[in-house]
Design a protein around this ligand. Structure first.
Ligand code: NAD
Length: 476
């Protein structure tokens, strides 16, 4: 028996629901765009009529400010639903491809068909949107889904469960709450596709489990995303944007700036502007940042202690605090903190920080930046702040990353026409808009013979056949 937040569930339940979904998957696969759009619209209506409750559950989970809930949890889902509804008919249409000369007489197209049984495992940091956005893509693509939300944000997970139970029969979409053990058991089932969002180490567990049934995977992972600020950058703008990125959701965003690499000439101005930004955003009346209603908390004690230990380890090894440093354990509160004098022997430069702490590294030559970044795993996001087009091209062309934003931060997640996701250690596969739909679909190539045949290639291979093949190889 495994403890679900609301009931006791047994492993046999997972198998039963999985089998029921598998049986139903053929029917769901045959639904047309209109029927799928109806389901998406019902999700939209449910969300719009439960806005207050959504805010409440996330405030209970980690004091997420209402505005951040609206922007990053609600709007990111409702805009994805609207985009899917507006485009689904087109996405589902067979996509004709040109016919090469050697295949004259055929008509060729790509058919997006559902993968079938999909498992979604989601994290706690955007506990609503990172569970529901992939669900939107899966439903749009005609799949059946089992969803396991994060155990670290139980109020939101409970809300998701109620929402899905109200909107879908269990043999189409089912939610299983619970600890890691629930995910472990679900991963034993022969899903056709697994969409996982979380840490790279857990991504490896998921991929190993997927290998058992050769299920395809989408892995939306994390890592250390750098923000490069060169000698030409508008340093005040860069500092304000970086402070926002580090404080939004308390820095617990996969695409938050993890660390800054700044040209030495800009360092002091950057720290001054960062201090000013924090004051204006979170402490305008000087009552203390801990009083701000615009500042969430670290999700739980374990993560609070993890981030705290990175700061302590860095300070022991010679880093200096330029700003912040205050921590209140009882509240899982960490003040926005800036560290300089950091190096790679420190945990803070080895692990994804996932908290409001910003290490700053300085550089003189742009080649140092590229060498440093390329010496590490490819990041989920790489940011460039610069007014110099040559520098921008240099940083963009000489590094690899999931996505990039130039002269701003974190925009990539909200553009439905940009593929969102990492590369290798930061992820496999892409989400958002059509890319999410594609990820949840099998691209079936269909070639339909309308006239003629490949007879000229049939054996026996005498001279005439050889001459035809020679011509094809040479000229087509
Ligand atoms: P996590 O990997 O600890 O947990 C994610 C989910 O996996 C949870 O539902 C959890 O129960 C489950 N899980 C944990 N350990 C498991 C195991 N051994 N076997 C099976 N399932 C397991 O991640 P988290 O702490 O919830 O989220 C933070 C991480 O997610 C960060 O690394 C962050 O960068 C990343 N992230 C990435 C994206 C993205 O879109 N690329 C978005 C948000 C978060």
């Amino acid at each position: 028996m495994l403890v679900d937040n609301t009931s006791l569930v047994s492993v046999a339940d997972f198998k039963r629901v999985f089998d029921e979904q598998r049986k139903n998957s053929h029917k769901i696969a045959l639904t047309d765009a209109k029927e799928r759009i109806e389901k998406l619209k019902r999700m939209q209506d449910y969300i719009m009529s439960h806005l207050e409750e959504i805010e409440k559950v996330m405030y209970k989970d980690f004091r997420k400010p209402a505005v951040e809930v609206q922007v990053a949890e609600v709007y990111s889902v409702t805009s994805e639903i609207k985009f899917a509804c507006n485009n689904l008919k087109r996405w589902m249409k067979p996509q004709r491809v040109p016919t090469p000369i050697g295949l004259i007489g055929t008509y060729n197209y790509i058919k997006h068909e559902p993968k079938g049984n999909v498992l979604i495992i989601s994290p706690w940091n955007y506990p609503f949107s990172l569970a529901i956005k992939p669900l939107v893509a899966a439903v749009a693509a005609g799949n059946v889904v089992m969803l396991k939300p994060s155990e670290l944000t139980p109020h939101t997970s409970g809300f998701i469960k109620n929402m899905i139970e109200e909107l879908f029969p269990q043999n189409e979409v089912a939610v299983f709450e619970g600890e890691v053990e629930v995910a472990t058991e679900l991963l034993k089932l022969p899903f056709n596709h697994i969409f996982f969002t979380g840490m790279p180490t857990v991504g490896k567990v998921v991929m190993r489990a997927a290998a058992e049934y050769l299920a395809s995977v989408t892995l939306e992972l994390g890592g250390k995303s750098p923000n490069i600020i060169d000698e030409t950058a508008d340093v005040k703008k860069a500092a304000y944007a970086t402070a926002w990125s580090k404080c939004f959701n308390n820095g617990q965003t996969c695409i938050a700036v993890d660390y800054v690499m700044i040209h030495t000439s800009q360092k002091e101005a950057f720290i001054g502007a960062y201090r000013e930004a924090i004051q204006q955003m979170l402490n305008p009346e000087s009552k203390g940042i801990e009083q701000s209603e615009s500042y969430a908390r670290i999700v739980n004690r374990r993560h609070f202690r993890r981030v705290k230990s990175y700061i302590e380890d860095a300070l022991e090894k010679g880093a200096e605090i330029e700003l912040g440093g205050k921590m209140i354990e009882a509240e899982n509160f960490i003040e926005p903190t800036v560290l300089t004098g950091v190096h790679d022997d420190m945990q803070i430069m080895q692990e994804e920080i996932f908290g409001p702490v910003l290490p700053i590294i300085t550089y003189e030559q742009k080649e140092e930046v590229v060498a440093y970044i390329n010496g590490k795993e490819k990041p989920l996001a790489l940011y460039i702040q610069s007014k110099n087009p040559q520098n921008i091209d240099y940083f963009l062309n000489n590094t690899r990353a999931g996505d990039s934003v130039i002269n701003d931060l974190m925009l990539q997640f909200s553009h439905p026409e940009l593929p969102f996701g990492g590369v290798n250690n930061s992820g496999i596969g892409k989400a958002n808009g059509f890319f999410g739909f594609k990820e949840m679909s099998n691209l079936r190539g269909v070639s339909k013979r309308q006239f003629g045949a490949m007879k000229f290639l049939y054996p026996p291979y005498h001279e005439k056949v050889k001459r035809i093949v020679d011509l094809i190889v040479k000229y087509f």
